[in-house]
Design a protein around this ligand. Structure first.
Ligand SMILES: [Zn+2]
Length: 104
């Protein structure tokens, strides 16, 4: 038994997806002054029309701040919004975009 032809289980739940296929991102200082300096790069203000979210960004539904991650977001990811202290989870909407939903 070499085990080389081990059947690959395809449990396609979000929890089972390996982390290592995620894209990673280098975050720049955003000048977001509402949180301590070391956390600033994880948040930025939504610029309104013309702005767009990266795969590593979601908008806080409570305070409308953009929350950023060093890795691509996936449904099921837990997110914390420091500016308004909301806890949320990333969900995928019908149109394929990611959105944060507040958890209580
Ligand atoms: Zn918030």
């Amino acid at each position: 038994m070499t085990g080389t032809s081990q059947v690959h289980q395809t449990l396609e739940t979000d929890r089972e997806v390996a982390d290592d296929d995620r894209r990673t991102f280098v975050l720049d200082e955003t000048g977001f002054k509402e949180v301590p300096k070391r956390w600033r790069r994880f948040y930025r203000h939504w610029q309104g029309e013309g702005d767009s979210l990266g795969p590593n960004e979601v908008i806080c539904p409570v305070c409308k701040v953009v929350i950023r991650s060093t890795r691509e977001f996936r449904p099921g990811d837990r997110v914390y919004c420091m500016p308004c202290m909301s806890r949320m989870v990333v969900v995928r909407r019908d149109d394929g975009t990611l959105e944060a939903e507040v958890t209580y």
